[in-house]
Design a protein around this ligand. Structure first.
Ligand SMILES: [Zn+2]
Ligand SMILES: [Zn+2]
Length: 395
């Protein structure tokens, strides 16, 4: 696909964003282009997911992944190709991921100097951290050839043409928990006849702060946030129950296990200390694993990425992504990188990773109603990065 056509594809996708698990039009566009390029196409994987398979004799299998969903954000970019869908826009730039993967799939199909298998995966619902699992639950790993490597990229507020690659843990695991504390309600004037869940909740919230402060080593990282506390209806009624909504971020699975165990221990112990009539419940409502770049795979892929643009290491970031679920399902290492999408002139004078990250903090970033990557040279660099990285693994 030539660059003019890719630019048209990008603007069309940007105009027509679709929320998580509703990416029917986007999936149709991706599937159509894959068929044009002689890929075998499976549609409807995990709802709206698409997988295209291109076999070229014996050799390694490379999975290339793009997520497709948009966000419930009203676009304020003023672009001529801004979203025409009320209250929905591509504020995370997934339309860029889809465009670049379509371009890379076409470029690999047009080349005859490689052997192996390319699997192009267009994934739904990354923003809910549920789309990768939905594709896996629908048999993705069995319905396409097993991967030797999973490759993917996310557009970011970094200079267009530059690439951020962090070997090892890159993005944090995220767990969202619902804690329900059961007390015994009654009249506010007679607390001695009740077990007050509001007091248990307050004690629990405070003691949860000791997990990171007292149980996690200085060399490890974790965040425990209580994002919501709900209990009661009126001044003089002691309620029956209280609910806490928690979010946990970690990079290491052992740290994650320790934090989750500490939360359960504290929640149960505070309820027991107050003489609660029954045990609290702790339910993990959403879970995204750590995105960990395989160190050897990152080193093997790095020269290919360096052939596209400058590569720097932004270090671990607290963002989360569900692409790791695909790699785990197929038993392959992953190399995932950040692709710059911002006007390079905004970064004049910034050269080190620290300086680039500092400037990135001053311009609209993903999920902002003002966020938008510049199509040129972002599309060109994004296609080139996927193709070069795939070639580093194909025969
Ligand atoms: Zn996002
Ligand atoms: Zn995203």
């Amino acid at each position: 696909m030539d660059s003019t056509r890719l630019r048209e594809v990008y603007e069309d996708l940007h105009r027509h964003p679709e929320l998580s698990f509703q990416e029917r039009r986007t999936a149709g566009v991706a599937a159509g282009r894959l068929r044009e390029n002689a890929y075998e196409v499976i549609e409807g994987l995990g709802g709206t997911g698409v997988a295209g398979v291109l076999r070229r004799g014996s050799g390694p299998t490379v999975w290339l992944r793009a997520d497709m969903d948009a966000l419930p954000v009203t676009e304020q970019t003023g672009l001529p190709y801004a979203s025409v869908v009320d209250g929905v826009s591509h504020a995370c730039g997934h339309d860029m991921h889809v465009t670049c993967l379509m371009g890379a799939a076409a470029e690999l199909a047009a080349a005859d100097d490689w052997q192996g298998t390319v699997v192009a995966i267009f994934q739904p619902a990354e923003e809910l951290a549920k789309g990768a699992q939905a594709m896996v639950d629908d048999g993705l790993a069995e319905r396409v050839p097993r991967a030797d490597i999973v490759l993917g990229q996310h557009v970011a507020p970094l200079p267009a043409g530059s690439i951020g690659l962090t070997p090892g843990p890159m993005w944090a695991a995220s767990d969202s928990l619902r804690v329900t504390i059961h007390g015994r309600g009654g009249h506010g004037s007679r607390p001695e006849t009740t077990v007050d869940p509001v007091v248990i909740a307050a004690a629990t919230v405070l003691r949860l702060q000791t997990i990171v402060a007292r149980e996690i080593s200085t060399t490890e990282t974790a965040v425990v946030t209580v994002g919501a506390v709900h209990a009661g209806t009126k001044h003089n009624i002691i309620p029956d129950a209280a609910t806490l909504l928690l979010n946990v971020r970690t990079y290491d699975s052992k740290v994650r296990d320790r934090v989750l165990a500490a939360i359960r221990r504290i929640v149960h112990a505070e309820a027991a200390a107050a003489g609660a009539p029954c045990d609290p419940t702790v339910v993990i409502e959403e879970s995204t694993p750590t995105l960990t770049n395989d160190v050897d795979a990152a080193e093997r892929t790095r020269p290919a990425l360096e052939s596209v643009g400058p590569v720097f290491d932004p270090g671990p970031l607290p963002s989360s992504e569900d692409v790791q679920v695909l790699a785990t399902a197929t038993g392959a290492p992953i190399t995932y990188w950040l692709m710059g999408g911002a006007d390079p002139s905004l970064y004049a004078g910034a050269t080190t990773a620290e300086q680039l990250i500092e400037v990135a903090g001053t311009i609209p970033s993903n999920h902002s109603p003002h966020y938008h990557p510049i199509p040129d040279p972002t599309i060109r660099a994004g296609v080139a990065a996927l193709v070069a990285a795939a070639r580093a693994w194909l025969r």
